[in-house]
Write a protein that binds this ligand. Structure first.
Ligand SMILES: C[S@@+](CC[C@H](N)C(=O)[O-])C[C@H]1O[C@@H](n2cnc3c(N)ncnc32)[C@H](O)[C@@H]1O
Length: 481
């Protein structure tokens, strides 16, 4: 491979190879190499790495690239002998944990560098940095996918049935990884044993999914586990109804699965997805045995989780996050809480001690049903959970109700402009904004500041060790009052 070390801006062109040292690790899993003042983003690049990179896109103000070879690792990377199996998405896994937190601290400061009087507190570490995830979603597919043309026809010789992840850069192959260090022992064991079960039984004469031709039967495996009860629910994603004979085999297998941590699979079900897309729209489930829900405890509150409802994937981290949110809210006694993007109502309910009322809004029906159930189970009074889009109903909700405390926890895209405008007109003293994407948080804060609000404090939590993600709590005060 031919590469150049000190390119000029003109030489930076799509598909060309260059060598350089990564100067910064920025939010979103990218490193930056500076070429004569021109920014080249390097996917998964880590500060200090000397790499050969290939340009994948060139725009007027920046270029994007991928690493093709690491010539010298970064000084913040751990030695080769200490490195664990590579998990796709865990791009910081070879960096000492303290350094991972430093990187996240610097990224947050960089995103908010324009804001003068904002207090940015150090990122709080995750209570557990290994085996912290309570949910894993695996794909089922082939490790090797090869096709040949025979008599003018394409023939597939796929092999290596796997339950695992798509390797970086491939959406069709699936690699099987033993000891996924962010998932619990139980989840690892179920993945491994079910993969062996499928391999040993020739997949019961059904093929794993081949996304290149959109054919196959076995498609995915979703496992959720409760840290509180240790119950586990398993959802198998297939492309058509499972027949009686296969159902019995699966029930037998999962009921008898001897897990070394003595946990039990308390619910087994499946979901049919016969579309080309992996993401599920309005998914439904068919129960093979047991219950489709599990319970999780955060602080003194217990929450019900169903197969597709949102729940923070790092249970101990979520508890720390919610206690931190609660302390930022302060006293909620006799106050009226509005919990936007409430999911299963967990933040509002967690922070609601002696509050007067809670209104929660989320657009997913299943989550709202659970929020109502969670409120009853936790003895939370005066609740009203609304199933709708925040931007469609917020104006009316605010007009008809007195609100004292506003909690906002939107998805990565942030808040819809229509909802943001209504929020900015609220006559309350502060907003607690929880975000999993500091760049959209910054965009929304910029809007609110132009409308007379002031972001006072940012507190990030590392809910996702080894990955480039973080959760940020912002306290935004109203200067219009
Ligand atoms: C980051 S989750 C927060 C969930 C919840 N606060 C929690 O901590 O468990 C974002 C939530 O926003 C919901 N959502 C996404 N877009 C929405 C919209 N336009 N209106 C209402 N809810 C929405 C999703 O269903 C999801 O539950």
């Amino acid at each position: 491979m031919d590469y150049k070390s000190n390119p000029t801006i003109e030489e930076i062109k799509k598909d060309k190879f260059f060598m350089g040292t990564i100067e910064k690790t920025v939010f979103g899993g990218k490193g930056i190499i500076n070429v004569e003042g021109f920014t080249v983003f390097v996917k998964n690049g880590i500060i200090g790495q000397k790499v050969v990179y290939q340009i994948t896109k060139k725009k007027k103000n920046y270029a994007e690239s991928i690493i093709v070879d690491i010539i010298t690792p970064s000084s913040i990377e751990i030695s080769k002998e200490k490195q664990l199996n590579n998990i796709p998405g865990c791009i910081y896994q070879n960096i000492e944990y303290e350094e991972q937190l430093n990187i996240k601290n610097n990224q947050l400061k960089e995103i908010f560098r324009k804001y003068e009087d904002i207090e940015i507190q150090d990122v709080l570490p995750s209570p557990k940095i290994f085996e912290y995830r309570n949910k894993m979603e695996f794909s089922i597919g082939y490790e090797k996918m090869e096709s040949t043309i025979e008599d003018g026809e394409k023939k597939w010789n796929d092999s290596g049935v796997s339950i695992g992840f798509h390797p970086t850069g491939s959406w069709s192959k699936v690699i099987s990884i033993d000891n996924i260090f962010i998932a619990s022992q139980n989840i690892n064991e179920i993945r491994r044993k079910f993969e062996k079960f499928l391999r040993d039984n020739n997949c019961f004469n059904e093929n794993p999914w081949n996304s290149l031709i959109n054919k196959g039967f076995w498609r995915g495996l979703i496992i959720r586990e409760s840290n509180f009860t240790k119950d586990i629910i398993v959802n198998i994603i297939v492309t058509k109804k499972i027949n009686q004979e296969l159902s019995e085999k699966l029930i037998n297998f999962f009921k008898r699965l001897n897990l070394s941590e003595k946990s039990e699979i308390t619910g087994l079900f499946y979901t049919v997805n016969n579309t080309k897309n992996d993401s599920l729209n309005n998914p439904s489930i068919s129960i093979l045995y047991g219950s489709k829900i599990i319970s999780e405890k955060l602080g003194k509150k217990v929450f019900t989780i169903s197969p597709f409802s949102f729940f923070q994937t790092n249970t101990l981290g979520a508890e720390k996050l919610y206690f931190t949110i609660k302390s930022k809210i302060g006293n909620s006694k006799n106050k009226n809480i509005l919990d936007l993007f409430c999911g299963t109502g967990s933040i509002g309910i967690f922070c609601s001690d002696e509050s007067n009322s809670i209104i929660g809004i989320d657009c997913i029906k299943e989550s709202i049903q659970l929020a109502k159930k969670n409120a009853i189970n936790n003895n939370t009074k005066n609740t009203n959970f609304i199933c709708d889009k925040v931007e469609s109903v917020i104006e009316e909700v605010i007009k008809e109700n007195k609100i004292d405390i506003l909690i906002i926890d939107p998805p990565r895209v942030g808040i819809h402009p229509k909802a943001l405008k209504t929020i900015s007109e609220l006559k309350i003293d502060k907003i607690i904004y929880i975000s999993c994407n500091p760049t959209t948080l910054e965009r929304d804060i910029q809007y609110l500041e132009a409308e007379g609000w002031k972001a006072k404090n940012l507190q990030a939590l590392d809910m996702f060790p080894h990955t480039p993600h973080m959760e940020v709590i912002a306290v935004i005060e109203n200067k219009n009052l």
